[in-house]
Design a protein around this ligand. Structure first.
Ligand code: AMP
Length: 558
């Protein structure tokens, strides 16, 4: 395969005669304002209101917000943080901060307050725009972040937030908008200027800051709208279930602004019934979230198959962790819904690979096709992938050899804020993802594990993801997470934590028998623990470090 040699930055050859037009989010904002002013934005707010507005109104308010913020002294390069659920005011901040030359910093409200405090301090956040319902959380860390000079409160309903006489330094979001100059227009920003900042979820070590530019975000937006990518277009009704603090809701809000697609924000109510209710009411065509969300939705649909009319839905986008094959199959066979599996990282804005079925693989039999759909797919345009062994040797695309996935592209981070974690980049400029993968001859990437989760049993590497996939195909299993436990002879052996579906039963022996058909005998877990819930990270992934801490000695204690 042809891989161009790394040479960054490339030499400038000034022969071409094209305009050097900046790739900025401001252009996408202007597009929505000019061409899609009637495009709808629907939000279910924390107080239960189903709020409706348009891109025209959002654009008007965004400019006022930016003007109000500049009157408060916000200037180029300042960090404007948000601590908020998904809703239209959050979208206004998504647009106002970068387009006025400041940097949007989405704080993850599911982290421990000490951790949010660490991140806000590290980022030197100056302004925090916070949901009223999340003020108690902000209060837990605000005192530890000396850089914060203003707090702006967004009401939980459409009006103003209730006055809090004890907090006279806080401003109401609507009052900041009211203070804005109606004649305000955005200043010019450069395409390489900072636009947004997100921290990695940091399950190992401190969270690290990823600083996106206007250029990287604009190119990422274009990539998400390509037909064979997520294909977001004006005809779509998009429901980002993925939080706006998780890698910019995977770029979905910007993709909608760029194309005029209707946006539906779920607010804080993320249970399966509430989401299904929104999908039906608003005729959602594309919804994106982590597998745990879809597993919950599948269980509700299975229990009441006729209750929800999802005929408008064209794709459910799943990423963040591996989509189990049984879930993909269940949605398609039982409910006629296509799952689109994608892989990405905060460091990649986040889109990396998308699992589209190429012509070259479309004649595979049903079982092989399902296997392919459960892989993470091949690289999005402008993303390049390769995998390498521990010594850095690039490995063959044979669908069998495991190695660490490395990537590069215009929306892949080139370093972290403060130059932390420099060892994540190879000498020739690729980002080391920490994901252990195989790549097949068609370029389909299959994630076997995070490098820290792969189970090293003797000389063998066992893929916990493959075991989880196989376990979740058992009809009684709702969720399964496989992790490494200490073993005297083999160093590590797999152990499965299993959540059974309501009113269903399965014994360890039955699960082992079920697995025998699909994985090699030496991969079979040495033990099974039945739990009520698998512990989760702040972004809804299985928290295997917690399982290891709780059950890591289960085999040696026997
Ligand atoms: P984050 O930066 O929080 O989005 O986490 C990125 C990590 O999530 C990746 O490095 C993967 O380990 C994992 N991940 C994301 N998407 C998938 C997927 N489709 N399948 C398996 N793992 C995934």
């Amino acid at each position: 395969m042809h891989l161009p040699k790394a040479s960054y930055p490339p030499p400038i050859m000034a022969h071409a005669r094209m305009m050097d037009f900046p790739l900025t989010l401001t252009h996408l904002f202007d597009r929505a304002r000019r061409y899609f002013p009637k495009g709808e934005v629907v939000s279910r707010l924390a107080d239960g209101t189903l709020h409706r507005t348009t891109y025209g109104e959002i654009a008007r308010r965004t400019l006022l917000l930016a003007s109000g913020l500049s009157k408060l002294g916000v200037k180029k390069g300042d960090r404007v943080a948000t601590l908020a659920w998904n809703h239209y005011r959050h979208l206004e901040t998504y647009l106002a901060a970068p387009c006025m030359g400041a940097t949007l910093h989405t704080l993850n409200l599911r982290l421990h307050p000490d951790e949010i405090g660490y991140i806000a301090r590290h980022a030197e956040d100056q302004i925090v725009i916070v949901d009223h319902s999340l003020l108690p959380l902000l209060q837990k860390f605000r005192a530890h972040v000396p850089s914060i000079r203003k707090v702006i409160v967004m009401a939980d309903g459409p009006g103003k937030a209730p006055d809090r006489p004890e907090a006279s330094a806080e401003l109401d979001y609507e009052a900041v908008i009211a203070s804005g100059d109606p004649k305000y227009e955005f200043p010019e920003v450069g395409e390489r200027d900072e636009a947004a900042l997100c921290y990695t979820s940091g399950t190992t070590g401190n969270p690290k800051g990823v600083l996106y530019s206007h250029r990287s975000m604009t190119l990422h937006t274009l990539a998400t709208t390509m037909v064979d990518s997520l294909g977001v277009g004006e005809r779509d009704v998009v429901l980002p279930v993925v939080p706006m603090f998780h890698a910019n809701a995977w770029g979905l809000p910007y993709a909608c602004v760029a194309t005029g697609a209707k946006l539906v924000f779920p607010g804080p109510k993320l249970d399966a019934e509430s989401l299904l209710d929104l999908m039906v009411k608003e005729k959602v065509t594309l919804a994106g979230g982590v597998p745990t969300i879809w597993l919950g939705i599948l269980a509700v649909l299975d229990a009441a198959p006729k209750k929800y009319d999802l005929t408008a839905m064209r794709t459910m986008l799943v990423g963040g962790s591996a989509a189990p094959a049984a879930m993909i199959d269940g949605f398609k066979k039982r409910h006629g819904i296509d799952i689109l599996h994608a892989w990405g990282m905060t460091e990649m804005s986040p889109l990396g690979t998308i699992c589209r079925i190429k012509n070259a693989v479309s004649d595979r039999d049903d079982a092989a096709l399902l296997e392919t759909k459960a892989s993470q797919g091949f690289a999005a345009a402008f993303v390049e992938t390769r995998h390498a062994d521990d010594e850095g040797h690039v490995l063959p695309w044979d669908g069998a050899t495991m190695g660490e996935l490395e990537v590069r592209g215009p929306w892949v981070a080139s370093s972290y804020v403060g130059d932390e974690g420099k060892d994540r980049w190879t000498k020739d400029g690729w980002f080391k993802t920490g994901d252990v993968v195989t790549i097949d001859s068609e370029g389909y990437v299959r994630i076997c594990d995070r490098s820290k989760d792969v189970i090293k049993s003797g000389g063998e590497w066992i893929s916990s993801v493959a075991l989880e996939n196989a376990l979740m195909a058992h009809p009684a299993v709702l969720e399964a997470a496989v992790f490494a436990a200490h073993h005297e002879k083999w160093s590590e052996r797999p152990v499965a934590a299993v959540v059974l579906k309501k009113d269903q039963r399965a014994t360890k022996e039955e699960l082992a028998k079920h697995l025998e058909g699909s994985v090699s005998k030496i991969w079979l877990p040495d033990a099974y623990v039945f739990v009520d819930q698998i512990p989760r990270t702040s972004t809804g992934k299985f928290l295997k470090s917690k399982l290891r801490a709780t059950y890591g000695d289960i085999l040696t204690k026997k």
